[in-house]
Structures are given as structure tokens and as C-alpha cells.
Design a protein around this ligand. Structure first.
Ligand code: GLP
Length: 260
């Protein structure tokens, strides 16, 4: 696991956008896994701007979303399918049909979840998966207690996550209780996981995920089992890491030829 501590969320966003651009230049048909929530918003704004300037194209890419609320009307502004369209995919040159998300209206939920996993597999798997982290250490919508071997399925949100996400719903009603999410084992099949966190409110979750025991109580600790993980933090989000100084020194001394 590589932990990169950058001074601000803006610098971190440019750093992650650079990585996405490199993936698309290396393989214009790359499969990207995208998260929603506030953490990746600056990355998406940066990618939209670079695409508009002709620096990168998404024309051959495929996107899979990480998770989705159950029970919102189709097209609800807080449905993750709508959010990603608003902040990224609807603003770049991705062709129609290249963005895949879990269908929260499916009547046969287990079948929808299996079908989603099969779609990821038949697309060749996810090359780069962007992730945020919840204050309780959740990854996607895998709440504490999620099996580290979990697959895509229905989950029930904790009160804390519903409270955290209520800020997006102020004018739009209640945060749904149920969600569909890629499982922790599903997420772990992506070839490169890039987790982005900023702000002191994430410091405990980041420390537990990066340095705590690998345990279902902190779902993001599953990252420790993956061979290729990059954790991009601003200074406040990194403030509770015991290896904080070592991570900074390591990144400062990183060989120029080495990608993240
Ligand atoms: C949300 C999402 C996650 C996200 C996390 C953190 O509930 N389901 O994918 O990474 O919680 O959210 P934020 O980035 O807004 O802090």
C-alpha cells in the first residue's frame, strides 16, 4: 500500500486525475470504477476540465459505479446514477451506454447483483477503482460488519451513514435505508484501488483502515490485503497515522520512473 500525503484536497485531486489520465492514455478502452460522495468531486471537476481542453478522452472507456441507493425515484438528483452523470460522465465524451450502475428498481435483487458482477467480469474487470471512505470505515456502502469476502448485494445503512449523507438530501427527503453495493471482495478484484480522503473527520477511519487490524468492523481495512493500493490524503486526514512521517519520506524519495 502506498500512502501519499499532499497538503490540500485540491493537490490530491490533481494527483488522482493525473493517474486516471495516464490509465486512459495507456489504454483508451480502460474500465474505470467510480465512487460518488463528496471525496472524488474535485477529481471529477479536474477530469471534466482536462477532457474539455482535449487532454484526455473517455470515448473508448467503460465505467462501473460502486453503489446505489434503493427506493429513490429514477432520476432523483441524489441517485448515484444521476450524480455521476451530473458531475462527470454527462460532461465528458463517454458514449451512451458506457456507464453501468446497479439497478435499484430490480424486482429480483440477487439476480441484479449477480448480473452486475458478470458485467464487470465480461468487460475485463476494473483497471482503476476510485474509492472514498466513510467516517465509520465503510467502503462503497459496505458498512461495519460487512464480510471481507462479500459480493455485490443489498445492505442496510447505519444511522451514522444516513446522518452523514443527509447533507445531500436537505431539500430532497430522507436518506434511503437500503442500498446496493459492490461487495468488499468485488471491489478487491479491481487491479488498482485509489482511495481519496480529506479532512480531519476522516482521520480515525483512515488510521483504522491503513494501520489497524484487518477486520470487518473497519471494512476499508480490506485494502491491506490488496497488492496495489494508493491512499491519497490531505494533511488533516493523515493526522492520526502512526507511520505519517515515514509515508511522507517514502513519497518524497520515490524514484521518478515509478508510477503510483
Ligand atoms: C458514501 C458512499 C461512499 C463514499 C463514502 C464517503 O456513503 N457510498 O462511496 O466513499 O460514503 O462519502 P464522502 O466522500 O461524501 O465523505
Amino acid at each position: 500500500m502506498e500512502v501519499v500525503i499532499l497538503e490540500t484536497a485540491e493537490i490530491g485531486a490533481r494527483f488522482v486525475a493525473d493517474a486516471v489520465v495516464r490509465v486512459l492514455r495507456r489504454d483508451p478502452r480502460a474500465v474505470l470504477g467510480l465512487a460518488t460522495g463528496s471525496s472524488p468531486l474535485l477529481v471529477y471537476a479536474e477530469l471534466v476540465s482536462r477532457c474539455k481542453q482535449g487532454e484526455v478522452s473517455f470515448a473508448g472507456a467503460t465505467v462501473f459505479l460502486l453503489d446505489e441507493y434503493v427506493g429513490l425515484p429514477v432520476g432523483h438528483p441524489q441517485a448515484y446514477a444521476t450524480v455521476i452523470d451530473t458531475v462527470l460522465t454527462g460532461q465528458v465524451d463517454l458514449p451512451a451506454g458506457a456507464v453501468h450502475g446497479l439497478d435499484p428498481t430490480a424486482t429480483d435483487v440477487p439476480a441484479e447483483c449477480s448480473h452486475y458482477e458478470e458485467s464487470i467480469r465480461s468487460a475485463g474487470g476494473i483497471e482503476l477503482q476510485l474509492l472514498g471512505i466513510g467516517r465509520d470505515g465503510h467502503l462503497g456502502f459496505n458498512e461495519p460488519g460487512s464480510s471481507l469476502g462479500s459480493r455485490t448485494r443489498l445492505k442496510t445503512l447505519t444511522h451514522r451513514t444516513r446522518e452523514d449523507n443527509a447533507r445531500f438530501f436537505d431539500a430532497g427527503g430522507e436518506v434511503p435505508r437500503h442500498v446496493l453495493t459492490q461487495g468488499l471482495a468485488t471491489i478487491s478484484e479491481a487491479r488498482h484501488l485509489v482511495l481519496l480522503a480529506s479532512g480531519g473527520s476522516k482521520a480515525d477511519a483512515v488510521a483504522a483502515a491503513v494501520e489497524g487490524p484487518v477486520a470487518a468492523i473497519c471494512p476499508a481495512s480490506v485494502l491491506q490485503l490488496h497488492p496495489h493500493v494508493t491512499v491519497v490524503l490531505d494533511a488533516p486526514a493523515a493526522s492520526k497515522l502512526r507511520l505519517h512521517d515515514y509515508f511522507r519520506e517514502t513519497y518524497a524519495a520515490k524514484p521518478a520512473w515509478q508510477d503510483i
